[in-house]
Design a protein. Structure first.
Length: 254
């Protein structure tokens, strides 16, 4: 969504229900399971010698808190207020600088590394949103600073696994009770793929969350980075999801 304020264009991302509804945000971590993929990003931060990190799309703060536990200075930014409230309630959350908004939200940031984990890059479905995000991250990076993020490889067609049979689970959430959940594909109109999550609580409440993701080809992502001033260093496979994900390493030139 785009809003006009004088001459400035502000990109407004409207979070999906799974991130913005307070009851769904509260169970997100439990349903998401073990996040071994984040260990890879912790190792990347160490490899790059980063001391100040911007976590774009920080959600409930799991990755941001992993980083501050290692002594890094971390800023987490997310447009979903309910997710940030979950993040702020976690032990150690006071050590993270939380921003409700996106990377186009005015802030005085200078970081060594910016990250987008969990395929958050795919949530920016329009070119306006994506370009604004790339520019916002670029301006937050110090010269020589890195931007590392992942996105699913469209060739793998991961959406074929988004059905009730493959995704159905019953999760016992501490303090809440059992939650039955599943995901169903609703539309494939490449490069956009839409799906619906259904969540049934022990008290009978049923909540749904509709989402749409954009599947960008590797060449499209690289071209967008270059057009916004980055140098692309390399593109890796996600080690825990070989042949399924691209992991982009780009930096702001000196």
């Amino acid at each position: 969504m785009e809003a006009q304020h004088g001459r400035a264009r502000i990109v407004v991302n409207v979070p999906d229900n799974i991130f913005e509804h307070p009851r769904l945000a509260a169970i997100y971590d439990a349903l998401d399971g073990q996040r071994s993929d984040l260990d890879v990003y912790v190792a990347i931060a160490e490899q790059l010698g980063a001391r100040r990190v911007l976590d774009v799309g920080c959600g409930t703060g799991t990755f941001a808190l992993l980083l501050v536990d290692r002594g890094l200075e971390v800023t987490g930014v997310d447009p979903a207020k309910a997710s940030l409230e979950v993040a702020r309630a976690k032990p150690g959350a006071e050590r993270v600088h939380w921003i409700h908004g996106n990377v186009t939200t005015p802030a005085s940031l200078v970081v060594d590394l910016a990250t987008m984990t969990g395929n958050a890059a795919q949530a920016f479905i329009t070119e306006l949103e994506w370009d604004a995000t790339l520019r916002g991250v670029y301006h937050a990076l110090r010269p020589g600073g890195y931007f590392v993020f992942e996105t699913r490889d469209p060739a793998y067609q991961g959406w074929r696994e988004w059905n009730r049979r493959a995704t159905h689970q019953v999760t016992d959430v501490s303090g809440i009770g059992t939650v039955e959940s599943w995901v169903e594909l609703t539309e494939v109109s490449l490069p956009l793929v839409s799906f619906r999550g259904t969540y049934i609580f022990a008290d009978g409440q049923v909540l749904m969350s509709d989402s749409t993701l954009r599947f960008r080809e590797r060449e499209e992502v690289e071209a967008g980075l270059v057009a916004n001033g980055y140098l692309v260093d390399e593109v890796r496979e996600a080690p825990d999801r070989p042949s399924r994900e691209f992991v982009f390493f780009a930096h702001r030139p000196h």
